[in-house]
Design a binder for this molecule. Structure first.
Ligand SMILES: *Cc1c(COP(=O)(O)O)cnc(C)c1O
Length: 382
């Protein structure tokens, strides 16, 4: 079985696992305890926080550890929405139409249960949010803007820096979901100019079930998980010490090895894109060719059932995705396919192929040798 779904999740790096292991048993203390067991655990969490802060080029007390990327998105969006409404009365939130469900569902919830108003920003046919679209939509009553750094389904990288600059000039908070981007793009928050940024470890060879939120000093935020005073009072609950240690080590390695990882995946990715578009009739690349994550290839095939194609690929020994992992089993084109303007006959036939450390040229060759006939087969079976 060949794994070509690194944007869904990645295996834990052996070095990360090694760093985590002592904190399950030997150093098992509660970071909030006064005694030495507690002190050891607290030191591990604070050292992890400093490591993350170094990579993000921020202060350690601007890093909040959470349970996943989704929770980071929830904390940022809910926390800032409540705080801004309290502070200024603002209740409009702007977000792109191509966000991850962790953002879109949170916004729909705020609209339904809390009376916030959401304006969905259009994306172009490659899934990109133009900075001008943001500046046009901003008004006096805007509380928050959320636009993802890189799209998980189609790999498109947004002009986050330009959007952040517009928000800052208008004194509006800006959040970016960088859960997908962090595996390959620099995430220096001063360079990007963002107020909040979400991360999740399992997208860059860390464990599942741990995330972080960067919150710029002075950003008003209301806690959404109340209880003890952990994480500067913004996220109650005893910290998951081994996973936090794993998060930091995985991020550190990603930062250190970024160039090498890009050099490994990008030519393989380009080979896939070139071959698929040439060899398969009625195929299109989704997303942008240039402004694109280096491990990410995504396509649509006309008149193909994307889920059927995934099943055929699985039977042939290849693990791919049709976009977001959360969408499996859903017979409608994803919101992202709709947002980039694809009709149903194209949008239902999406395929995402994402590469990583374990991908070899032989894997790519054997994938490309079976894909064209499997697409043909899926077309006939439809
Ligand atoms: C995976 C992903 C998430 C969710 O992260 P979890 O850690 O799985 O909760 C959010 N946003 C994007 C863009 C993602 O790729």
């Amino acid at each position: 079985m060949i794994y070509l779904d690194y944007s869904a999740t990645t295996p834990v790096d052996a070095r990360v696992l090694e760093a985590m292991t002592p904190y399950f048993t030997a150093s098992f203390g509660n970071p909030s305890s006064v005694h030495r067991f507690g002190q050891g655990a607290e030191a591990a969490v604070e050292s992890a926080r400093e490591t993350v802060a170094r990579v993000l080029n921020c202060r350690a007390d601007e890093i909040i550890f959470t349970s996943c990327g989704s929770e980071s998105d929830n904390l940022a969006i809910r926390g800032a929405a409540y705080a801004m409404r309290e502070k200024t009365g603002a209740k409009w939130i702007l977000a792109s139409r191509a966000e991850h469900p962790a953002v879109t569902k949170t916004l729909l919830h705020l609209e339904k249960y809390d009376g916030f108003l959401i304006e969905w920003l259009d994306v172009d046919d490659r899934g990109r949010v133009a900075p001008e679209v943001v500046s046009k939509a901003i008004c006096d009553n805007t509380a928050l803007v959320s636009v993802m750094h890189a799209n998980n389904e189609i790999g498109t990288i947004n002009p986050v820096r330009d959007i952040a600059e517009i928000c800052r000039a208008n004194q509006i908070l800006f959040h970016t979901d960088a859960v997908q981007a962090a595996a390959y793009l620099p995430i220096d928050v001063q360079e990007l100019g963002v107020d909040m940024m979400s991360l999740g470890a399992h997208k860059f060879y860390g464990p599942k079930g741990v995330g972080a939120l960067y919150v710029r000093k002075g950003t008003p935020l209301v806690s959404h998980l109340t209880g003890g005073g952990q994480e500067f009072g913004l996220r109650a609950g005893t910290q998951n010490v081994p996973y936090i240690v794993g998060f930091a080590e995985a991020l550190r390695l990603t930062h250190e090895e970024r160039e090498g990882r890009i050099a490994h995946v990008k030519p393989l990715r380009d080979k896939i894109i070139g071959t698929v578009l040439e060899a398969i009739p009625d195929s299109r690349l989704t997303g942008d060719m240039e402004s694109r994550l280096p491990q990410h290839a995504s396509f649509v095939f006309k008149d193909v059932d994307g889920n059927l194609l995934l099943t055929l690929l699985d039977a042939a020994g290849f693990a791919c995705s049709s976009g977001s992992a959360c969408k499996t089993g859903n017979p409608e084109p994803s919101d992202v396919m709709n947002a980039i303007g694809l009709s149903r006959d194209w949008g239902l036939g999406s395929l995402r192929v994402t590469l990583g450390i374990g991908t070899t040229a032989e894997h790519v060759e054997s994938f490309l040798s079976v894909l064209p006939s499997l697409v043909e087969k899926a077309r006939h079976l439809k």
